[in-house]
Design a protein around this ligand. Structure first.
Ligand code: ADP
Length: 394
């Protein structure tokens, strides 16, 4: 089999993350981050093996960053780059699968940008910059929402009048699809079950978090909705609140839409509850030291997560296992234990020793014998994006 190299790019409004993926190798040959783009502090940093480097590119934009990154990438893969895979947050109802980037596709992504005003314009900048630097190279867009396009209507519709859906595309879309798909498929393989005859609950727990019900390899429900704001408690996002909160905050506290959105996306979640931090490591340590806010934040996080998982279970005909992934899901035995403690009705029981002893970054089973599987499965969105991009390589 020919060895393949795919560059995976993930753009934020002022950042560009990249990794060179060879699907036959577990480590990325080069990976890095350009940040503070369009500011005097703009900088590219990268890692090749254990070797770390940085390069200042004052006021550089996405294209300037790529112009620095691409020669490094080409050198490492001896000029044999097979394609670029771009992570795009929102594909609306239009993009249900990875899609080869053409001018037409870029216009379509632009057209649905109001659905993800913070994310899609950044991805477009990255895609345009990459097309400018390498116009002849295969480039593929991989959408966070695409995996969830298999959700049935009862799962994706809001209980609001039909027109808002049919005329304005207001519905639940879901996010983190690349991760939910990757870990559910990997877990089926890990447990020797056929992907197309297995049923999983997945919990992707990072700075943003979401749950998903995956049935026969397909998403049948997920906790995020029109935006990545719906669902469980996250680092700085509130997750579900009473929709009446918006009117209340506006009428009673005189807050504007921008102020309310800022409150619910940047100052809430673990950060808002703890009054301390959005970082789970900090919260776990402070909880050990008796910090009340940290203790409460962790308790709310786990309880709400368990409630979300229990509700996702409605979408499955049987449960083959619960999967934890993402920075918190893969590393925090405490969060796994507290969450599962609320799920006794699903028959889930954690093996405390297996849970605490599982080595970081490894896949493993942490349930008690004769109870449904509980699996820790490291996610690898870059690898999934590379595999999806490879499908287009002739
Ligand atoms: P992102 O959504 O930005 O990709 P990650 O998946 O990297 O985020 O997850 C970040 C979260 O994982 C942070 O809250 C961080 O504290 C948490 N985390 C990472 N390592 C640990 C650990 N050993 N114990 C508890 N939480 C951890």
């Amino acid at each position: 089999m020919v060895s393949r190299n795919i560059l995976v790019i993930n753009c934020g409004s002022s950042s560009l993350k990249f990794a060179l993926v060879n699907p036959e190798q577990s480590q990325f040959a080069i990976s890095g981050l350009a940040e503070c783009l369009n500011t005097p502090q703009a900088v590219v940093s990268w890692k090749i093996g254990e070797d770390k480097n940085t390069l200042s590119i004052p006021s550089g934009d996405h294209k300037d960053a790529l112009s620095k990154i691409m020669p490094l990438v080409q050198e490492i893969c001896h000029g044999k780059l097979d394609g670029i895979g771009h992570r795009v947050v929102h594909g609306g109802h239009i993009f249900t699968a990875p899609t080869k980037i053409t001018p037409q596709v870029l216009s379509e992504i632009e057209r649905i940008s109001p659905l993800a005003p913070l994310h899609n314009p950044a991805a477009l900048q990255g895609m345009r910059a990459a097309l400018d630097v390498y116009p002849d190279l295969l480039q593929v867009a991989i959408f966070d929402t695409a995996f969830h396009q298999t959700m049935p209507e009862q799962a994706f519709r809001y209980c609001i009048p039909e027109d808002y859906y049919s005329k304005h595309n207001i519905r639940r879309y879901g996010f983190h699809g690349t991760s939910h798909r990757y870990v559910s498929h990997q877990t089926a393989e890990f447990c020797n079950l056929p992907v197309d005859n297995s049923h999983w609950l997945t919990a992707h727990l990072g700075n943003g978090s979401s749950t998903c019900a995956v049935s026969n390899g397909k998403s049948v429900d997920t906790s995020m909705g029109l935006t990545p704001q719906e669902g469980v408690c996250m680092g700085t996002r509130s997750g579900d609140v009473d929709p009446g909160l918006f009117g209340h905050l506006s009428r009673v506290l005189g807050m504007s839409i921008n102020e309310i959105e800022n409150l619910l996306t940047k100052q809430s979640g673990l950060l808002g509850l703890s009054g301390l931090s959005n970082d789970m490591r900090t919260l776990e340590q402070s909880r050990e030291e008796g910090h009340k806010g940290a203790t409460l934040a962790i308790e709310v996080f786990c309880y709400r997560l368990a409630k979300s998982l229990a509700s996702m279970a409605c979408a499955l005909p049987r449960l083959d296992g619960l999967i934890f992934t993402g920075g918190i899901g893969e590393n925090s035995s405490l969060i796994r234990e507290l969450t599962v403690s609320w799920l006794k009705l699903l028959g889930l029981e954690i093996d405390t020793q297996a849970n605490t002893k599982l080595a970081r970054g490894t896949a493993g089973l942490i349930n008690k014998p004769n109870t449904p599987r509980i699996v820790v499965m490291p996610t690898n969105e870059e690898r999934q994006i590379a595999l999806d991009t490879l499908l287009f390589v002739k």
